[in-house]
Write a protein that binds this ligand. Sequence first.
Ligand code: ADP
Ligand code: MG
Length: 327
Amino acid sequence: NATINKIAAGEVIERPASVVKELVENSLDAEATSIKVEITSDNNGIAKIRISDDGYGMDADSALISFSRHATSKISKISDLYEISTMGFRGEALASIAAVSKVTMITKQRTLEPSPGTKIVIEGGDVVEQSPVSAPDGTSIFVEKLFFNTPVRKKFLKSVKTEFTHIFRVVEEASLANSGISFQLLHNGKVSLSTGKSGSVLDTITYVYGTEYAKEMIPVKSLQTFMKVDGFCAPPSLDAPNSRKIIISVNNRPVYSLPLVQAVKRAYGTLLPRERYPVCFLNIRIDRKVVDVNVHPAKKEVRFSREKEITEEIVASVREALDSRNL
Ligand code: ADP
Ligand code: MG
């Protein structure tokens, strides 16, 4: 139902950056090794968004089904919800995006024998074209006319600069959380971020913020075995390259968790004035059972069942890193 889809879309798709976030997550779930995000803007705002990946793609049937609400190939039994290993699981993103824009998807499944790709065009939730096409393995999704049928939402969008900053953050966080995957972000054809896929977080920091910045970073490693921390923190004197300072991912998912941010801040103690936050990039690996990602439709906020142990381990490992430099 078109109305329900439009309302539900509002929860997941707030702004252009939400589109980018959902589509990048889908590419990650499709085991892409390389993800390209192309943004086109004009005087009226962010006009077009294209995400291309080299992931496993979809056959013609799955491609069509992927746009229906609660179509997810990722959860098959209810217990899966408690041990989520994929970025997506609600089956809402594509249906929501398609409800409020015009989407052109070109996808081709990785197969041994030659097979055709599929092109699907959906506008405001209605399929207007479906045809076989020749295409490389993987999926590309082109979104235009975003919020064309929800004028109120459109009115609340900020300037191109602000919306692009949100998009940049999404790709920045995704690339730091997935250093084994190469990301590219282009704005009106100009490269804004480009990473390799070496698997080293420090390499990603170098790609995103530059060599000089990366040189200052201090490695952070976990001390306990129940969780693995792999990251880098900056000496207190180093300021953030942009407004984001603490970026944390849990099992490759960029997350927002106030207790974890406060733990990092606590580790610096009196090295920083009260109102200043340090620069710190942490990737955490932990048993999926202790992480609840199903708190919010956008899946950004997470909760932990062993929060105290986790925050204490963060404080200890960041402090150990700072101590190693006699800070
Ligand atoms: P979810 O990610 O929660 O399953 P989505 O609406 O984001 O829901 O996507 C619906 C389905 O479409 C996915 O479960 C997946 O099977 C398929 N899909 C979406 N994007 C891609 C992609 N880039 N490559 C392969 N399959 C995809
Ligand atoms: Mg998804």
